[in-house]
Design a protein around this ligand. Structure first.
Ligand code: URA
Length: 271
């Protein structure tokens, strides 16, 4: 097989890159699948990590399921409702986001990062493993904007601590942007449709906007807890260049070409 450019624009490529682009797993996950002997090329098990494949002519299977690189990467956003796990399958049969996106239409679709089961809002899906990984890589500083209904009202000092980089159990959080969101703002109603209510001591609860670029587990809840305010409801309304425009809760839509280009740029896979 030669390394020459072909009319179809696909070069022979490393098998782990092919698997990642096919949306099977991250590149590291794909390497693991290979070393576990679960990947075959034209019927032969391939465990050697440097092996190359012809993306058009070779038949690649993982656990005997064929996989291929779609002509074009697929990107879609879901407006996730509460009560769904961020996973493509759950052995315990609990509701998961896979039920809300057209995975039959777009094999290899997977969520980029995760939202907690009780968190609502913007969840990006793609078939392009490189873009998914690029968006989550800390060096790319992709911003996410969250809106949180919290117990009590954070003081100016609390917001400044969040902005300076509050200390969490596993080390300091990177500096964030934090602001109080007033009841006139449509984002307020996303997390407090019936009003923000009061905490146990009769103090008014508040809605906080937080922009972060890290993605540690339960990060927003931990950051707000660290300044003394428990999160009662959490919604993500922006992820990198994407916002939730034109997607109702529980629905999805494909990205426009301009949005897909912006996502690829944010992931560092496009100039
Ligand atoms: N931070 C959290 O605490 N939960 C989420 O779902 C997302 C970010």
């Amino acid at each position: 097989m030669s390394d020459e450019y072909r009319e179809d624009g696909l070069y022979p490529m490393r098998l782990q890159r092919f698997l990642a682009r096919a949306g099977v797993a991250s590149r590291r996950g794909s390497e693991r699948l290979m070393t576990e002997g679960r990947v075959r090329v034209n019927g032969q098990v391939v465990t050697e990590l440097g092996s190359k494949v012809d993306p058009v002519r070779d038949v690649v299977t993982v656990d005997d399921v064929p996989c291929s690189i779609a002509d074009d990467s697929i990107y879609l956003i879901l407006n996730k409702p509460a009560g769904f796990l961020t996973t493509m399958s759950d052995p315990m049969g609990r509701p998961c986001v896979a039920q809300l996106v057209p995975q039959d239409l777009y094999p290899g679709l997977y969520p980029v990062g995760r939202l907690d089961t009780d968190t609502t809002g913007l969840l990006l899906f793609t078939t392009n493993g490189d873009v998914g990984q690029g968006l989550l890589h800390p060096s790319h500083h992709v911003e996410k904007h969250y809106v949180a209904l919290v117990q009590g009202t954070p003081s100016r000092h609390d917001l400044e601590r969040l902005e300076a980089g509050v200390m969490l159990e596993d080390g300091p959080a990177a500096p964030a942007r934090a602001e109080l969101i007033g009841p006139g703002d449509p984002l307020f109603r996303r997390v407090a449709p019936g009003g923000a209510g009061h905490d146990g001591a009769g103090n008014p609860n508040a809605v906080v906007g937080l922009t972060i670029h890290e993605g540690r587990k339960h990060q927003v809840k931990k950051m707000l807890r660290a300044v003394g305010h428990k999160v009662l409801a959490l919604h993500r309304d922006a992820f990198g260049p994407l916002t939730l425009s034109r997607v109702d809760e529980g629905s999805w839509r494909l990205l426009t070409r301009a949005e897909a280009d912006a996502v690829e740029r944010a992931a560092g896979v496009r100039g």
